[in-house]
Design a binder for this molecule. Structure first.
Ligand code: MTE
Length: 320
């Protein structure tokens, strides 16, 4: 199992590590065992050699599942509204104003509405989840997100019987998003979408935090989507609107370059990008000489057991 979910209610209070203790322990182990994060919210143990152990099975956690560091996750980003360089979002996204923040829910549903962010989140139980993250550009990380299942907000919206998809939209405000070069080439706002059964899958996650802290702007504050079995561009940032539709909604990259990016974008080592192979991926590791380490790509990013049934009978090369 690659997902590890920690509901506060699942962890005995004696085992919840305070943030400062957690950071201190992380520092200590980071120095002694050379790993980025020692314990996820106080849940995992160490064996005699200092390797982290899976809290459920007691087995050592493979190196490729160790979370990336806060610094790696927040300094190597894609958020083209703030520039196309990997370090642009960290340098520029401070101009994004995330409070107050309104989210509109509309389209084919019985409960449309406009919500303040706090009211949108409040009814859900917040969880910490460690997911693999795989960008279509063939780089990968492991990230401890904080958030709540997307299914919560969908159930509250009550999509009606003709709704088959859900579309998402990012804020678009050129005053707050200073990148100019891309403007003629991308039809902003950034748009994404999922088939409704994909969106209802319990792994689809609305994220408002990282490493137990508030989500930084460059990672899509104040609220983004994470769909861990799909390429990262499906994980739309800074969401202001969700719309239920009958037809497949237009999405940014599939509209801009349809020969390279599809609506489904499921991670698949066997379906190459027209310009590069997807069989391997670069795990970002800033401590390394090149800043990454090569590893195999997993079908559906390692979540096949959970989600492969969604695509039974589909030609995955055609619906890439
Ligand atoms: N959302 C918006 N609004 N704009 C973007 O440019 N980039 C996507 C996705 N969501 C993007 C976006 C891509 S290509 C990736 S790989 C991930 O965000 C990157 O998320 P991260 O920066 O948190 O790693």
């Amino acid at each position: 199992m690659i997902i590890r979910t920690a509901k506060p209610s699942d962890i005995p209070s004696s085992e919840i590590t305070s943030e400062s203790a957690w950071i201190n322990r992380r520092k200590f182990l980071g120095a002694s065992a050379g790993i980025g994060a020692a314990s996820l919210f106080g849940m995992s143990r160490l064996d005699a050699a200092g390797a982290r152990l899976d809290p459920e099975s007691g087995d050592p956690i493979p190196q490729e599942l160790e979370p990336n560091t806060w610094e790696e996750i927040t300094s190597y980003n894609n958020f083209y509204e703030f520039g196309t360089g990997k370090s642009d979002p960290a340098r520029r996204a401070h101009t994004l104003v995330t409070a107050p923040w309104t989210i509109r829910v509309d389209g084919l549903c019985n409960n449309p509405g406009e919500y303040q962010l706090e009211d949108f989140i409040k009814p859900s139980t917040i969880e910490d989840r460690v997911y693999r993250f795989r960008c279509v550009e063939a780089w990968a990380m492991v990230i401890p997100w904080r958030g709540f299942p997307l299914v919560d907000v969908i159930n509250r919206a009550e999509p009606n019987s003709s709704a088959r998809y859900v579309a998402f939209e990012t804020l678009w405000d050129p005053e707050q998003m200073p990148e100019r070069m891309w403007r003629p080439r991308i039809d902003w706002p950034y748009r994404e979408g999922l088939r409704l059964d994909e969106a209802l899958h319990p792994l689809a996650f609305m994220v408002n935090g990282l490493y137990g802290k508030e989500l930084p702007n460059q990672n899509g504050a104040p609220l983004r989507l994470i769909v861990p079995w799909k390429y990262g561009f499906k994980s739309i940032k800074s969401i202001v609107r969700m719309t239920f539709t009958e037809d497949e909604p237009p999405t940014t990259w599939a509209t801009q370059t349809p020969s390279e990016y599809g609506f489904y974008s499921n991670v698949n080592p066997d379906v190459k990008h027209p310009r590069w192979s997807q069989a391997r991926e670069k795990r970002i590791e800033s401590g390394r000489l090149l800043g990454y380490r090569w590893q195999e790509t997993h079908f559906l990013n390692g979540y096949a057991e959970e989600v492969a049934h969604l695509y039974e009978g589909m030609d995955l090369e055609k619906h890439f």
